[in-house]
Write a protein that binds this ligand. Structure first.
Ligand SMILES: Nc1ncnc2c1ncn2[C@@H]1O[C@H](COP(=O)(O)OP(=O)(O)O)[C@@H](O)[C@H]1O
Ligand SMILES: [Mg+2]
Length: 141
């Protein structure tokens, strides 16, 4: 487990960028934290770290899953916020699609089952610009 404090969006992106360099195909990252915590900002940093243009990344408001290519690995970015609880990765067509790349999921609380081998990234809001980011390879079920 690692815990880091950041005091700007740029620092949060830098944390994600560093993590991205260690990721292998099939990696699943669960992004936990309130609205405005910095989950999408973290995904921007992942994209940068994978060599994808960071401005490609936006909140997937109208599409459930966005796919960003052009980097070391494809990055799949899902935001489950608007879904009812109890969905599964295969309902979403995400079980196989992500095997060749990195899958980052905002609001994984909506998933019916824990994802084996996923890395949980919790972003807690400490104040306006301060966040505590906890990265944990064994998410609580
Ligand atoms: N330390 C920080 N890390 C990440 N975002 C921060 C930080 N400080 C302030 N922010 C701001 O918080 C907001 C996070 O937004 P976003 O990444 O869309 O959150 P989420 O996807 O979790 O709802 C942005 O406006 C960002 O500039
Ligand atoms: Mg978001």
């Amino acid at each position: 487990m690692s815990r880091q404090h950041t005091t700007s969006e740029a620092e949060t992106r830098a944390t994600a960028r560093t993590l991205a360099t260690t990721l292998r195909p099939g990696a699943v990252l669960l992004l936990l934290g309130d609205l405005g915590a910095g989950k999408t900002a973290f995904v921007r940093g992942l994209a940068e770290g994978l060599g994808i243009a960071e401005d490609a990344v936006s909140s997937p408001t109208f599409t459930l899953v966005q796919e960003y290519r052009g980097g070391r690995l494809p990055l799949y970015h899902a935001d489950l916020y608007r879904l009812p609880e109890g969905v599964s990765l295969d309902d979403l067509g995400l079980d196989e699609v992500a095997e060749d790349g990195v899958l980052a999921i905002e609001w994984p609380e909506r998933l019916a089952r824990p994802v084996p081998g996923a890395v949980a990234i919790r972003i807690a809001i400490d104040d306006d610009t301060a966040r505590t980011i906890t990265i944990d390879a064994t998410p609580a079920a």
